[in-house]
Design a protein around this ligand. Structure first.
Ligand SMILES: N[C@@H](CCC(=O)N[C@@H](CS)C(=O)NCC(=O)O)C(=O)O
Length: 213
């Protein structure tokens, strides 16, 4: 059976678990904390990051690489759009969601959730506020201009939708919600993605694991 190394709460692990669930592929999670400096884990993923997917002899790191493998190996249902231009745009949204948007949203998550609850430290509220009031809004404006008022970015749900939405799920654990009066399309997409049964199921397990259920 496929093994996914990682923990609930990581947006990158979340993406892989949801892709596997959508494709109805059984898997087991091998608990692996990020930032643990675990030398044994580095033998299968030298970056030490989660997730890593093990499927027989195949050992892959990086959620984008893993999800592309899953799409080729288990094509039904498709989780990327067909068509060269849409596929390229989906890659762009996945990249943007997994890099800059994640950095900003997990900045809020780290300050307001991880520091007080995991590390018993005071959050740097000034830093969280700077992200919320100055750094995020231009990105939210860009996303708002690209997201439809209904449905998903490419019609059917794809991992591009999840990649855009996922960082905001982490931020919501730190009491940050995208303001629906300023960014209604993005705010609506977040709700629609969270309502997908496979997404809701993983988020339920995540909430339990993070103690916020
Ligand atoms: N580009 C990677 C990013 C993975 C990543 O940064 N994972 C975080 C957890 S959310 C991690 O393992 N961080 C540990 C580290 O950077 O050492 C992916 O898409 O899988």
């Amino acid at each position: 059976m496929i093994k996914v190394y990682g923990v609930h709460g990581s947006p990158f692990v979340r993406k892989v678990l949801i892709a596997l669930d959508c494709k109805n592929v059984p898997y087991e999670i091998v608990r692996q904390m990020p930032f643990s400096g675990d030398e044994a884990y580095k033998k299968i993923n030298p970056l030490g990051k989660v997730p890593t997917l093990v499927d027989g002899d195949l050992i892959l790191g990086d959620s984008k690489v893993i999800c592309r493998y899953l799409e080729s190996a288990y094509p039904d249902p498709a989780l990327y759009p067909a068509g060269v231009a849409d596929r390229a745009m989906a890659d762009w949204y996945e990249e943007l969601g997994g890099t800059y948007v994640t950095e900003l949203a997990t900045g809020i998550f780290f300050q307001r959730f991880m520091r007080p609850f995991a590390f018993k430290q005071e959050p740097d509220e000034a830093l969280a506020e700077k992200i919320i009031t100055r750094q995020l809004p231009p990105m939210l404006d860009y996303l708002e201009s690209r997201i439809p008022g209904e449905g998903f970015i490419f019609g059917d749900f794809t991992l591009a939708d999840l990649s855009i939405v996922s960082p905001f799920i982490n931020a919501s654990y730190a009491r940050y919600e995208v303001d629906g009066s300023s960014w209604p399309a993005l705010s609506g997409l977040i709700e629609r993605v969270k309502a997908i049964p496979q997404v809701a199921a993983v988020l339920g397990k995540e909430a339990k694991s993070l103690g916020i259920g």
